[in-house]
Design a protein around this ligand. Structure first.
Ligand code: C2E
Ligand code: CA
Ligand code: CA
Ligand code: CA
Length: 275
C-alpha cells in the first residue's frame, strides 16, 4: 500500500475546515449585499482601433460594502459560482445593464452597446433564455445592443445544449462573444457549430504582441479565422501605445484596456465619453 508522507494531510485539516467556513460566510455576506443593493456596475469602454470611436462598454461587477473598500469580482464571483447565488447575481446584473441601456438610449447618451459576463452555471440554468426574453420585452432598446460574454468553459459543459441556447438567444436579438479566447482547452472545432459574433483575444496574447513574433503569429491566425467566419475581435488588456499600434497594424478591429480607459462608474464614464 502507498504510504502517506509524514506531514501530508489526507481529507480534512483544520485549515480546510476554516476555508469552508469562510466561503459559507462570504456566500452569506454576498446574499445580503445583493439584497441591500451593495453591488455596483462599472463600465470599461471598448474602442474601434482604426478611428478610436467607442463601440460599447463591458460591464464589470464590483461590491461596495458600506464604509469599506470596493471589492473586485475576483474575490467573490468564484465563490458565488459554487452555488446558485451566481444566477441571482447574474440576473441582477443583466437587469441593471438592460435598464441602463434603455435609459441611455432614450436620452441619446452613453454607450450604444453593453457586454455582460455570464457564468457557466447561469448560462445553463433552466430559465436563462426565458428571462432574457422577458428583459428584452421590458427594455426593447437592448435588442441588438447587448452582448453576452461566455468563456469556453460554458461551451465545454455541453456543446449541443450550448448550441441550442445560443441559437435561441440569437433569435431574440442578443450578440454572443467568446471571452478569454484561446486560453481554454477547447479546439477551434466548436466555432463552426456556434452562432458566435465576437472573439475576445485574451490578455495573455496581447501582453507581448509588440515583442514576440510567436504571439503575433497566433493573433494573426485568430484574426484571419474571425474574418473568414464573419466574427469581430476585441483585444483585451491593451496597456501600452506600442501594443495598440501593433494591433492596429495587424487590422485588429477593436480593443479594450487600461491604455484607453479603465473600468469606471457610470458618472465617470459619462464624463469620459463627453471628452
Ligand atoms: P474578464 O471578463 O476577462 O474582464 C477583464 C478584466 O481585466 C477586468 O477585471 C478588467 O478590469 C481587467 N482589465 C481591463 N483592462 C485591463 C488592462 O489593460 N490590464 C489589466 N491587467 N487588466 C485589465 P475585473 O473587473 O477585476 O474582473 C475580473 C473577472 O471577473 C472578469 O474577467 C470576469 O470573468 C469576472 N466578472 C466581472 N464582472 C462579472 C459579472 O458581472 N458576472 C460574472 N459572471 N463575472 C464577472
Ligand atoms: Ca469579459
Ligand atoms: Ca476576458
Ligand atoms: Ca479574464
Amino acid at each position: 500500500a502507498k504510504r502517506i508522507a509524514k506531514g501530508s494531510h489526507v481529507f480534512f485539516s483544520p485549515e480546510m475546515a476554516e476555508e469552508v467556513q469562510q466561503r459559507l460566510q462570504l456566500t452569506n455576506d454576498l446574499q445580503q449585499a445583493l439584497a441591500r443593493n451593495e453591488l455596483v456596475l462599472h463600465f470599461q469602454p471598448q474602442l474601434q482601433l482604426a478611428d478610436q470611436t467607442v463601440v460599447g462598454a463591458e460591464v464589470l461587477l464590483r461590491w461596495q460594502p458600506p464604509g469599506k473598500p470596493l471589492v473586485p469580482p475576483g474575490h467573490f464571483i468564484p465563490v458565488a459560482e459554487e452555488t446558485s447565488l451566481i444566477c441571482d447575481i447574474g440576473n441582477w446584473v443583466l437587469q441593471q445593464a438592460c435598464e441602463r441601456l434603455q435609459h441611455w438610449h432614450e436620452r441619446k447618451q452613453g454607450p450604444e452597446h453593453l457586454s455582460v459576463n455570464i457564468s457557466a452555471r447561469h448560462f445553463h440554468s433552466p430559465d436563462f433564455v426565458a428571462r432574457l426574453e422577458g428583459l428584452l420585452q421590458q427594455y426593447p432598446a437592448c435588442r441588438n445592443r447587448l452582448t453576452l460574454e461566455v468563456t469556453e468553459g460554458v461551451i465545454l459543459e455541453s456543446l449541443s445544449e450550448s448550441r441550442t441556447r445560443m441559437i435561441r438567444l440569437k433569435q431574440l436579438g442578443l450578440n454572443l462573444s467568446i471571452d478569454d479566447f484561446g486560453t481554454g482547452y477547447s479546439s477551434f472545432a466548436y466555432l463552426k457549430e456556434l452562432p458566435v459574433d465576437e472573439l475576445k483575444l485574451d490578455r495573455s496574447f496581447i501582453r507581448h504582441v509588440d515583442s514576440s513574433q510567436r504571439d503575433r503569429a497566433i493573433i494573426a491566425c485568430i484574426l484571419e479565422l474571425a474574418r473568414e467566419l464573419d466574427m469581430t475581435v476585441v483585444a483585451e488588456g491593451v496597456e501600452t501605445e506600442s501594443q495598440r499600434s501593433q494591433l492596429l497594424a495587424m487590422n485588429c478591429p477593436s480593443c479594450q484596456g487600461f491604455l484607453l480607459a479603465c473600468p469606471m462608474e457610470e458618472a465617470d464614464m459619462m464624463h469620459w465619453l463627453a471628452q
